[in-house]
Design a protein around this ligand. Sequence first.
Ligand code: DX5
Ligand code: ZN
Length: 233
Amino acid sequence: MSNTIEISASILSADFGHLVRDVKRCEEAGIDRFHIDCMDGHFVPNLTIGPIMVETMRKNTKLPIETHLMIENPGYYIEHYAKAGADIIQIQVECYGPRKSNCRQWNQWPKEVENIDLPALRADLKKIKIFGKKAFIVINPGTPLCEEILNDCDGVLIMSVNPGFAGQKFMPEVLSKVDRLQKIFDGDIAIDGGINAQTAPAAIDAGAHVLITASYLFGSPHLAQAARLLKSI
Ligand code: DX5
Ligand code: ZN
């Protein structure tokens, strides 16, 4: 596991009318990776980005691109995102289990599951690796750490908000999962949701070393200063 803190710019809060300009601003600010939030309107109540946008990003940056798939049946889409140029593919473990009774309907969020079909999840992580990409699992705030699958992952992304939207408030209760992970897992530990200069120190203390940020970074009047501040923590 690396000791350096990496900043991943979540383009959800970028200016899509000037996306390439924002990509260059991030590169000049020393951002380490790009994070692309792909949402299907079913797993989460929002619709965003498909492989076409990943292709556009790929043409405009050499930095690693991670695609955070907040979509049902992610296995079907792995090939599309891999071929579009993602370096890291992040899949939500909640896609692999039956919904709990409090969110039985497809449009009840956040999705919580009774249990996780580990063989199915493992098969999709393997598929990501067969395409030569890094395979991450993503864990929602309401989902326990899925320790049995860690050997199959290059990284784990802990959600510190319920996925679906940028600009939500950081949930400190997820930090116990980060802390547990840093004791038992050697791969990348990323955290996503509500990360800013105030919340990042606790996330880093707990063991996260990839900080994903959208609204803090792109909402700042000085993107480069905001990035530097996060890196200096
Ligand atoms: C939330 C997304 C996050 C989001 C982060 O569903 O997965 O990546 O872009 O946004 P902020 O940093 O504003 O919480
Ligand atoms: Zn994300």
